[in-house]
Write a protein that binds this ligand. Structure first.
Ligand code: ACO
Length: 431
């Protein structure tokens, strides 16, 4: 962050206060208002943090107006096409693309942490069979702090590193086991001769009586879904991880908090909600009815998979996801899938409608991801767990960055209080 010669002046009552302005390497300047309260006695009011930079970061950059997403400077389209998930994990965690030797070492370290503590199986078995896999993941990841005491001391860089590797390595096993448990099948142990995506697919779909032959096109599509969701700057779940960690909480507790936040339908739950919506629409002739509902102010219905807090032109991840959907469905011989047809026609109808153009609403990453995941054989309840698995590296990278940031403080927003002013307690008989 570089100080600029610019200042911002705020006048309030009879006071005029100047605030420093800083520039990043790219993107909007920020006004440093840390001294605002001391100087004026006033707070800022910014629900949803639409104009607030809560931290300095070097990991991910988004230009929502131009539809740009960069990880450590590399465009997401190039990473999705030329790289793979574990290489992107390395990039996010350590700041640079790895050399061949560094990548080999990183993959070795991740691969050797894929197993779960055997006793964690009992923990899974404590859940009801019909528990949502996200509920299981939130619980199991939080419980990792009880199983891996030796990597919970956040002041020790080595323990932070071990916790990071453990989380990236074990998350596919946890997600796959949450799924297996919910369908009443035995847990499948990880196999370290498989790549990250293939291993996950096998843990989800193999059974003791029959192994699962991993199709390389499907594992590439899976890997691409992981890559496209790896990080996304200061979104709700990442901010949750940062806020939880600002108190000094251990990494497993912080990531569990991120998973809980991701679950909501306005965030990671949107891919499940989107596929359910596409199925509800069912046939292209019903699209106008749903477009009309989305535009109706008196109807709470929104087009799921449409709109984004930051992207106001296009979501670059949606472009790759759409291509992937075409490839996967063709491979599986279901290119005439009726849901894909509804999705394509709904996208075209919405993009041609002035309501969506005026409000800058475009398909987001979740619009097509559900179609691919369903074609691969995943039930809708697994969509958000797969997102959580993919985003774990982003959460961890942001968490690590925050812990070494000298400006970091416990997160403590202020409020505009509009409740009752002081009044005397009244005994129950007199109320
Ligand atoms: N369908 C219809 N109208 C919409 C939609 C939509 N999907 N999204 C936003 N709008 C309208 C709102 O009604 C609002 O209209 P108004 O100004 O007349 O009141 C306007 O567009 C702005 O909407 P906000 O909710 O203020 O925009 P915000 O930036 O806060 O919300 C969000 C972004 C939550 C993603 C929203 O677009 C939405 O709910 N989309 C559907 C859910 C979804 O797909 N979420 C996934 C996000 S991507 C991710 O998490 C990976």
């Amino acid at each position: 962050m570089a100080a600029t010669s610019k200042t911002a002046t705020l006048s309030l009552d009879d006071k005029s206060v100047e605030f420093p302005v800083y520039s990043g390497s790219v993107g909007p300047d920020v006004i440093d208002i840390r001294k605002l309260y001391g100087a004026t006695g006033a707070f800022t009011y910014d629900p949803g943090f639409t104009s607030t930079a809560a931290c300095e970061s070097t990991i991910t950059y988004i230009d929502g107006d131009e539809g740009v997403l960069l990880h450590r400077g590399y465009p997401i389209g190039q990473l999705a096409e030329k790289s793979h998930y574990l290489e992107v994990c390395y990039l996010l965690l350590y700041g640079e693309l790895p050399s061949a030797a560094e990548l080999e070492d990183f993959e070795f370290r991740v691969t050797n942490h894929t197993m779960l503590h055997e006793q964690m199986m009992n923990f899974f078995r404590g859940f009801r069979r019909d528990a949502h896999p996200m509920a299981i993941m939130t619980g199991v990841v939080g419980a990792m702090s009880a199983f891996y005491h030796d990597s919970t001391d956040i002041s020790d860089p080595w323990q932070r590193e071990v916790a990071s590797i453990r989380l990236i390595a074990k998350m596919p096993t946890i997600a796959a086991w949450a799924y297996k448990y919910s369908i009443g099948q035995p847990f499948v142990y990880p196999r370290n001769d498989l790549d990250y995506a293939s291993n996950f697919l096998r843990m989800c779909f193999a059974v003791p009586t029959e192994d699962y032959e991993v199709n390389p096109i499907l594992s590439r599509a899976m890997d691409r879904i992981f890559t496209l969701h790896a990080d996304h700057e200061q979104n709700a779940s990442t901010s949750t991880v940062r806020l939880a960690s600002s108190s000094g909480a251990n990494p497993f507790a912080c990531i569990a908090a991120g998973i809980a936040c991701l679950w909501g339908p306005a965030h990671g739950g949107a891919n499940q909600a989107c596929l359910e919506m596409l199925k509800e629409i069912g046939t292209p002739d019903r699209i106008p009815e749903y477009i009309a509902r989305a535009k109706d102010k008196d109807d709470p219905f929104r087009l799921m998979g449409f709109g984004h807090r930051v992207y106001k032109n296009h979501d670059p991840r949606a472009t790759v996801m759409k291509q992937s959907a075409d490839e996967v469905l063709e491979l599986l011989g279901v290119e005439n899938n009726p849901i894909l047809q509804v999705a394509k026609e709904l996208e075209a109808a919405a993009l041609a409608d002035p309501y969506f153009a005026e409000k800058k609403l475009f398909p987001n990453v979740d619009f097509y991801s559900g179609i691919i995941l369903e074609a691969m054989g995943f039930p809708t309840s697994m969509f958000t767990p797969i997102f959580a698995l993919s985003r774990t590296v982003g959460w961890i990278s942001q968490w690590k960055e925050m812990l070494v940031d000298p400006a970091q403080k416990i997160g403590r927003p202020r409020q505009l209080y509009t409740g009752a002013t002081i009044r005397d307690y009244v005994d129950v008989e007199s109320r």
